[in-house]
Design a protein around this ligand. Structure first.
Ligand code: SF4
Length: 394
């Protein structure tokens, strides 16, 4: 961490960007922002440009320094995630009332992902239409039943879930039906007993809980939460990051993993600095593990790195790193505009995608290969970007 080297630094307020720097540096204290990277932005620079201009990152990069990244062919293909989806989300009229649900986001994914639709309730023999089923806890165990018929469905659903999940090809994510006692991953009503008067708590549906247990670290969301812009953006970023990793893994060569790490450096740095360093060490492979084991270790660390959404200071630190690659070519006004936009992002007045778009534009303008190869600047296909927002931070 390079922050300590500039502890106590006060930017001269007579400098054209002094007030903005003072604001950012003031906020940087106690955050992960890499101050030297900020100081190179000024015209004239307050300090000379430091790395990353030599092809490595200046902050906390314990990983391999591969620049330009090996252009593995997999990164020039448009990745197509494999997504398990609840069948009633526009694939079949399989809801208890014989209907299906139209969801704009699911529709937008068609053509971009390979869906594996599934309706667990149909698969265990419940017809359409059917009486609703309930999830309860009995003797501390999940209990699935149909109150109208007193039919207990627990064993049938457990058998189907384990059989179905075990037979799946490698999958990159799950998009399931909101609040369903079978499919809902979050916020499902779970009764504390089978009587009509039982109290309830919230948790995962039966099938979703089995999927979570078997696919730790794989993105799983429901269509309700994905109406939130931020949750949707994070879901897509994770989904496509893991899809690209699966593609690299399918190639199976060390150079594919090196290329993956090189192109995902900024993304990993934003999400989790500690895991970013760990991934770098795994790729460096000083222990000389077999390639398959290197992929296993990397995948484990990658999944854990992406589970928790990035903190704003960590993302800002990363954006400043990226900006360091092109800042020398920008006018004072352009630099000031970028920094103002960064502040707006910090204050949650603009989305991350706005800053990524700015950086991508600068990278194209200066034909900056390091940035153009960073997937963070275009983490998923642009047609999937939707600006709609539920306004609920579900
Ligand atoms: S929520 Fe799941 S189980 Fe219920 S109808 Fe939809 S796909 Fe079938």
């Amino acid at each position: 961490m390079c922050l300590s080297s500039t502890d106590g630094f006060k930017p001269p307020l007579t400098h054209p960007l002094g007030p903005i720097l003072a604001l950012i540096l003031g906020r940087a204290q106690g955050s992960d922002v890499c101050v030297p990277c900020i100081l190179t932005l000024c015209d004239p620079p307050l300090i000379p440009p430091l790395t990353p201009h030599d092809g490595t990152l200046s902050c906390g990069d314990a990983g391999v320094s591969v620049y330009p990244p090996i252009a593995a062919e997999v990164f020039f293909m448009v990745p197509k995630p494999v997504l398990v989806v609840s069948k009633c989300l526009g694939f079949d009229n399989c809801r208890y009332n014989g209907q299906s649900l139209f969801d704009t986001f699911v529709e937008s994914l068609k053509g971009h992902v390979n869906f594996i639709p599934v309706c667990p309730e149909m698969e265990i023999g419940l017809g359409v239409p059917r009486q609703p089923i309930r999830l309860a806890t009995v003797d501390k165990q999940p209990h699935l039943f149909q109150p109208a018929s007193d039919r207990v469905l627990t064993d049938a659903m457990a058998t189907f879930s384990s059989t179905f999940l075990a037979a799946l090809p490698p999958v990159d994510g799950f998009l399931l039906k909101h609040r369903s006692p079978s499919c809902g991953p979050f916020d499902v009503k779970i009764y504390e007993g089978v009587s009509k008067t039982s109290g309830s708590k919230r948790g995962a549906g039966f099938f979703a809980a089995c999927a979570m247990a078997g696919y730790e670290g794989v993105p799983m969301e429901d269509e309700g939460r994905l109406k939130n812009f931020d949750i949707r953006e994070q879901f897509l970023i994770r989904l496509y990051a893991l899809t690209r990793f699966r593609m690299a893994r399918e190639e199976g060569r060390m150079r594919d993993l090196v290329a993956y790490h090189s192109t995902h450096k900024l993304l990993l740095l934003a999400w989790n600095q500690t895991r970013f360093r760990a991934c770098g060490k795994i790729v460096a492979n000083h222990e000389h593990w077999p390639v398959a084991e290197v992929f296993d270790r990397y995948e484990d660390s990658l999944r854990k790195a992406l589970v928790v959404r990035p903190r704003t200071p960590s993302m800002i630190n990363t954006l400043m790193h990226a900006f360091g690659w092109i800042s020398e070519g920008l006018s004072k006004e352009e630099t000031a505009y970028f920094l103002e936009t960064l502040e707006a992002y910090r204050d949650e007045r603009v989305p991350l995608s706005l800053l990524l778009g700015l950086l991508k534009g600068y990278a194209v303008r200066f034909d900056e290969p390091y940035l153009l190869n960073q997937v963070l600047l275009a983490p998923f296909p642009s047609p999937l970007m939707m600006v709609s927002d539920s306004g609920k931070g579900r």
